[in-house]
Design a protein around this ligand. Sequence first.
Ligand code: ZN
Length: 230
Amino acid sequence: MRTALVLFSGGQDSTACLAWALDRFERVETIGFDYRQRHSVELNQRAEIRSKIVKLDPAWPPRLGEDHMLDLGLLGEISQTAMTRDIAIVCDEKGLPNTFVPGRNLMFFTFAAAIATRRGLRHLVGGMCETDYSGYPDCRDDTLKAMQIALNLGMEKNFIIDTPLMWLDKADTWRLAESLGGSAFVDLIIEATHSCYLGDREHKWDWGFGCGACPACQLRAEGWRKYRAE
Ligand code: ZN
């Protein structure tokens, strides 16, 4: 049986990854992490997205299995970043934004692999992307390939880390969503997913909810405009 565990935050990218996994694996489980992110509102969207996404394709309901929610509060406690503290978003001299949480994705995959071992799941699916990303070194293809090797050596397993968005830009991600679940899935992403770093769900745009100004909102809005222009 082809099985997968999807790193599912409730954001646009991980929601696209969940549909991608439901389309090709026979059993799909999800995992989410509470690391005291300022936009923890994204976690509240997870149940709604899970219940609605399976309605997009009659083959999907029996494939979607358990959800795992992990408390990684310690990561928020030790991180001095704009993702976990109420401080302004700025870039350092190398262009790395202070929304970068050191070790975050490495830790996510380590815990995901531990859960996947217990649940007998082989593929670990994440929405990391190198194309128009925010410059996070733990979203790089090389980082995740190295992570796969480290996990397999360190846990004596044969995990496969899948990153279906790695070489897509944000317009491509909207396109991928449309190809997987049609306009109903595009609407679900607009209405239910959350990407804004500031956790703003008061302001609604044609691409979804958010402050409209933070780097996550800007990326999402720009991708939407490019996608709609075609
Ligand atoms: Zn925002």
